[in-house]
Design a protein around this ligand. Structure first.
Ligand code: AFP
Length: 330
């Protein structure tokens, strides 16, 4: 097989920002280091939870903190970033001056998405998003990070599953790389991923059904009605409780993923985080021909109000997301 490594791909790619070469290379290294920690599982005795809670009020897993520290340390050394923000930290990370003084970008990330699955040996991942740092800012504040998803210069995730993969976009389509353990290289295995416009597979946490709003109730009821119902086709369902795994499945074989706001999450605005879950995934999905909405508008057009803001998420196959919009506008 004629293989293209990530390094070769980046060398030949037309990148809007030349610095992306170094930034993506550092992210790949950090994800490889996290993969080692995750793959070793119970051997390292790091499968448990800590007493501590993160800003989301979630009990932190040991691997949440280990992954967070690895991602911070391994990405700051390149000197590309003026600031970083993570699901595991209340405030933006204050970097040592020697690393941030020439930084022109901001890195946002969820170091270990789906971490409640990590001791179940189910797929987990790392999600990342890169923004430009506003001009002249060397000590970015929260407000400097609050840019719409349409301002991203790079977005992606690493999936620690049956194989370790890195999937990313810089605005030139979505490309997937598989880690070749022998060489340590990420090799291009999924070039120009495209999401099927039509699909009959949905992912939603059905256990929350009683709290959903009417449009979601109707759409799921119509899916469940199958070929005898108004949609005239049978639907299947999946739920991995790991957004990275759900989005990866949709990039491979289509489908929709939904995490609506509901009666239990209305005050919080939803469950999933805009800046380091919804925005990067929305850009990947759109770059692969799908759609991503909060039920009212394109996720990438949302003006962020907070670093850990939560939003409703509906993303995936174009025809289904457009259909869902008619339920919201009905
Ligand atoms: P954790 O990272 O805390 O495991 O949460 C995972 C997640 O943010 C997202 O990846 C899943 O799609 C969703 O939460 C799972 O939610 P449920 O707990 O409702 O299944």
């Amino acid at each position: 097989m004629n293989k293209t490594t990530l390094a070769e791909f980046l060398t030949h790619a037309e990148l809007a920002e030349p610095a992306l070469r170094g930034m993506i290379t550092d992210i790949a290294q950090a994800c490889k280091a996290i993969a080692v920690q995750v793959n070793k599982g119970a051997l390292l005795g790091t499968m448990g939870s800590l007493e501590a809670q993160n800003v989301q009020g979630e009990t932190q897993k040991q691997l949440d903190v280990i992954s967070n520290d690895l991602f911070l340390q391994m990405n700051q050394q390149g000197g590309h970033y003026a600031g970083m923000a993570s699901e595991e930290m209340d405030e933006p990370y204050v970097m040592a001056e020697r690393y941030r003084q020439h930084g022109r970008y901001l890195l946002l990330f969820d170091p270990l998405d789906g971490s409640s699955n990590v001791n179940l040996n189910l797929s987990v991942g790392t999600i990342f998003s890169i923004l430009r740092c506003p001009h002249g800012i060397s000590e970015p504040l929260v407000m400097d990070f609050l840019q719409p998803g349409s301002a991203q210069v790079c977005a992606g995730y690493a999936l620690y599953g049956t194989s370790t993969m890195l999937v990313l976009t810089t605005g030139q389509g979505v490309h997937g790389f598989t880690l070749e353990h022998d060489s340590g290289d990420f090799v291009l295995t999924h070039a120009s991923m495209q999401i099927a416009a039509s699909s009959n597979e949905f992912a939603i946490n059905m256990a929350r059904q009683r709290w959903w709003d009417a449009p979601v109730q109707r759409y799921i009821a119509d899916c469940q009605a199958g070929s005898e119902g108004p949609l005239g086709k049978d639907y299947n369902m999946r739920w991995v409780a790991s957004m990275v795994a759900e989005v990866h499945r949709i990039l491979i074989r289509g489908g929709v993923f939904m995490y609506p706001v509901d009666a239990k999450t209305r005050e919080a605005g939803g469950r999933l985080r805009l800046m380091y879950e919804a925005n990067p995934m929305a850009w990947l999905v759109e770059q692969a021909g799908g759609l991503a909405s909060d039920g009212q508008q394109r996720i990438l057009d949302i003006t962020p109000q907070g670093l850990h803001q939560r939003v409703p998420v509906y993303l995936g196959s174009r025809d289904e997301i457009q259909r869902m919009a008619t339920y919201f506008n009905a």
